[in-house]
Design a protein around this ligand. Structure first.
Ligand code: SF4
Length: 405
């Protein structure tokens, strides 16, 4: 297939759905986690869950970069602008993530903090060039996909002798998070047992498929790296069902048009030149995970905002009624939260999962709440959804405006 429409073809989707259903063994349940928020969004947007047989249950993972950003890191970014007078440059979704005291970066900006939205790390560097008399801090978030540009701008700032640029580095790492989720008991009581992982697409373009091999082997966990289009996801689910049925626990690559075993070596090299693993890092919903995030290496300390401004990290609890933590651990679904759609909406998010389009609550709000398919963003899959609206998902909801899976 060459064109994107072919990856959204309803007839092909139905054929794949029939194959998946035919592969499911009678009486057997299959629980698969889509780690990545991009997959959560695609599953909800195209109604993939409605095409799956009731035996298959999709569980959200914590692979939404905005969702896992803890309150304490947002507080640090606000403090940089408010208390240190810095221009803080950040990606747009981060602006509305709740910080402590019911604030957000957006609200801090209305109160005078100089916080600006950028579309790239290079934009943040351009701000530093344009304002040589001001400190400019890039609030760098995201998984391995957005990490290489952060490393590049640090090198570029050094090469240009920019003394007013630094990075608040909150990049997180995918394989340690998946390994943590798979560790027995790590997700707490009520966490669903997982039979397989739909592996990240964009992250895997950078890191390759090899980093998943260790836990696939050690924890006997099938992994299929998947593209973001609905047929990609369905084919990956089909591959996972086949692995489970045959007792295999391998890393398979459905997204061969973009992912190799070794990944993007040039991107990995530039990251390795500038960044290093932190001993620990707090993830919203998952707590502190060892070696799960990156910071600047000591030789780039002049560009490290945490050192430059002597920042100390203070963990802060989420809103006491917000279930984001349980959702990110796979224990609950968006509709289980008592605030969903009442106090918490995309216009007024009380938790991080309602902010980004990759967040489970936002995806469920946008695509799942009117369909009668709670699982459009991660339901249990055992409650008769297919009978009420068979095979309609991709055909009906193929082109909502402004969304990109
Ligand atoms: S609905 Fe809002 S408050 Fe509830 S879990 Fe989702 S983001 Fe958190």
């Amino acid at each position: 297939m060459k064109f994107v429409d072919e990856f959204r073809d309803p007839a092909l989707a139905r054929t794949l759905a029939e194959r998946i259903a035919a592969e499911c063994q009678p009486g057997r349940r299959y629980a698969f986690m889509e780690f990545c928020g991009g997959h959560t969004h695609a599953i909800a947007r195209y109604g993939v869950t409605a095409l799956l047989p009731p035996a298959i249950r999709m569980i959200h993972g914590p692979g939404c970069p905005v969702c896992v950003l803890p309150v304490g890191r947002i507080d640090q970014a606000i403090a940089l602008a408010r208390d240190h007078g810095a221009i803080v440059a950040t990606y747009g979704d981060t602006m509305r993530v709740p910080a402590s005291g019911g604030r957000s970066m957006l609200q801090a900006r209305t109160q005078g903090a100089d916080i600006r939205v950028v579309y790239s790390a290079a934009d943040a560097l351009a701000l530093a060039r344009a304002h040589p008399a001001r400190e400019v801090v890039f609030f760098a978030i995201g998984f391995e996909t957005t990490t290489p540009p952060t490393a590049l701008v640090v090198k570029q700032a050094a090469a240009e002798g920019l003394r007013n640029f630094s990075v608040l580095c909150c990049h997180v790492l995918t394989p340690p998070a998946i390994a943590h989720i798979l560790r027995p008991g790590s997700a707490g009581d009520g966490a669903a047992p997982i039979d397989g992982i739909v592996g990240p697409a964009h992250v895997s373009i950078v890191v390759g498929s090899a980093p998943y091999e260790a836990f696939a082997r050690q924890q006997r966990m099938p992994v299929v790296i998947s593209g973001f289009e609905p047929l990609d996801v369905m084919q990956s689910i089909h591959m996972l069902v086949r692995q489970v049925n045959s007792g295999r626990a391998e890393v398979e690559n459905q997204f061969t048009r973009a992912v190799t075993r070794d990944g993007n070596l040039a991107a990995q090299r530039v990251v390795a030149e500038v960044l290093e693993p932190r001993e620990r890092f707090e993830w919203r919903g998952l707590g502190e995970l060892p070696h799960s995030a990156l910071r600047l290496q000591p030789r780039w300390a002049a560009f490290d905002a945490e050192q430059r401004f002597a920042l100390h990290y203070r963990p802060v609890a989420d809103h006491r009624h917000c279930d984001c933590g349980a959702i990110l651990r796979g224990q609950k679904q968006p509709a289980d939260c008592r605030l969903f759609g009442t106090a918490c909406t995309p216009e007024h998010p009380l938790g991080s999962c309602m902010v980004s389009s990759e967040g489970a609550c936002a995806a469920h709000w946008r695509y799942g709440r009117h369909t009668g398919h709670p699982g459009d963003s991660g339901h249990t899959g055992h409650t008769g959804h297919a009978a009420s609206a068979p095979l309609q998902g991709i055909a009906v909801r193929s082109s909502p405006a402004g969304q990109d899976a």
